[in-house]
Design a protein around this ligand. Structure first.
Ligand code: TXA
Ligand code: MG
Length: 343
């Protein structure tokens, strides 16, 4: 398959919208990471997304909408079923990098939600994403536009690296502003639960809703078992709340190791580590984002991919303080390192 490179001008976004209406796959920028879009209401189109990503088919997708009025038909029970708390977070954070898990209506095929009776929905703030959803004229289901297991792509070149020849088109937009995926918030229970941390933090959500917001248990403990999607693990008895969290994630080819400590401690531990590795002729990269968590979020995935292209064997990254956005970025760092941390 020849993958078309489309620009962000009106004519090209109309073309991209038509491809999606016809059941094709188009990668596009959002404010978080690039998405791999398909018609969310077309079962066959959605199934082809899993194939393009090499992703197990029980992994549910996020449905992207352009306007809050598109929400009601996607939610079981419609307007009446949308709680005051949900309206508050929508009012504050949409459009933006917040995904809400709500009861799913029947118009959404099971393939989109991996058979769950809930659906994850978000309204991106990125203008190109907004115009593409309007051009398609329907909600767009989109996981991150990477091969399963790889870091999410945050620029068009990184999308092409994984997807060239596997999808119909890429909208060649700008680099993503945030750099890590949206916060996923489960609104189906009595207490809102963060299933995936992002730039909209638990503390911030809590302040807006005016009640406690919890982290899902899986975010606070190291998983006992991490499945590698390349092993073809699709069905297991283990059904965590956010199914995307059970697979190996964000892994570059290089081995990633995290190192704790202040600047000096980090440098001396990294040097010691480096001496050992050099004996084995391994090429080592060292990343220290300092306390700039915004920059860490923005650069992490792009840096991992760039260092892979440059042929590094080992990437050493200084840990961040685990509060606010730092917690969210550390969630990605820990996964990419397979929880390998030098204390
Ligand atoms: O920022 C983002 O969210 C990006 C851009 C493209 O919008 N998309 C993204 O999609 O990160 P993906 O498929 O890579 O991650 C979706 C996450 C997974 O952790 C998945 O398990 C969770 O959302 N999710 C989706 N539907 C769910 C549901 N019904 N219940 C619980 N978790 C769900
Ligand atoms: Mg992803």
């Amino acid at each position: 398959m020849q993958t078309k490179k489309l620009s962000t001008n009106i004519e090209d976004l109309e073309r991209a919208g038509a491809i999606i209406r016809d059941g094709g796959l188009v990668a596009f920028p959002t404010e978080t990471v690039y998405g791999l879009g398909a018609d969310a209401l077309n079962e066959e189109a959605v199934r082809s997304v899993y194939a393009a990503k090499g992703r197990p088919s029980d992994n549910p997708m996020i449905v992207h909408i352009a306007d809050a009025r598109e929400l009601e038909p996607l939610v079981r029970g419609g307007r009446a079923a949308i709680s005051e708390d949900t309206l508050k977070v929508i009012g504050t954070f949409w459009p933006g990098p917040l995904t809400l898990v709500l009861p799913k209506s029947d118009i959404i095929p099971d393939a989109t939600t991996g058979g769950l009776d809930t659906v994850a929905i978000r309204m991106p703030s990125n203008e190109t994403a907004y115009r593409l959803i309007l051009a398609a004229g329907r909600p767009i289901a989109a996981p991150s536009a990477n091969l399963s297991g790889k870091p999410s792509p945050t620029n068009a070149e990184d999308v092409l690296e994984d997807m060239d020849g596997r999808i119909d088109a890429v909208v060649m937009g700008e680099a993503c502003d945030v750099g890590i995926e949206s916060t996923v918030l489960d609104m189906t229970g009595d207490v809102p639960v963060v299933l995936r941390p992002g730039i909209i933090t638990r503390e911030w959500l809590s302040a807006v809703i005016g009640k406690e917001v919890r982290y899902d248990k899986s975010l606070l403990e190291e998983p006992s078992e991490i499945a590698d999607p390349k092993d073809g693990v699709a069905e297991t008895d283990f059904k965590p709340k956010s199914p995307g969290m059970k697979y190996k994630h964000y892994s570059p080819n290089a081995q990633v190791t995290l190192i704790e400590g202040n600047e000096d401690e980090f440098r001396s531990k990294a040097t010691a580590f480096g001496m050992e590795a050099r004996k084995k002729n391994q090429k080592i990269a060292v990343i220290d984002y300092g306390d700039d968590v915004r920059k860490a979020a923005h650069n992490l995935f792009a840096d991992l991919r760039e260092l892979d292209r440059l042929g590094y064997d080992i990437i050493l990254i200084r840990t961040l303080e685990q509060s606010g956005l730092g917690f969210s970025v550390m969630n990605r760092m820990l996964k990419s390192a397979g929880y390998d941390v030098i204390k």
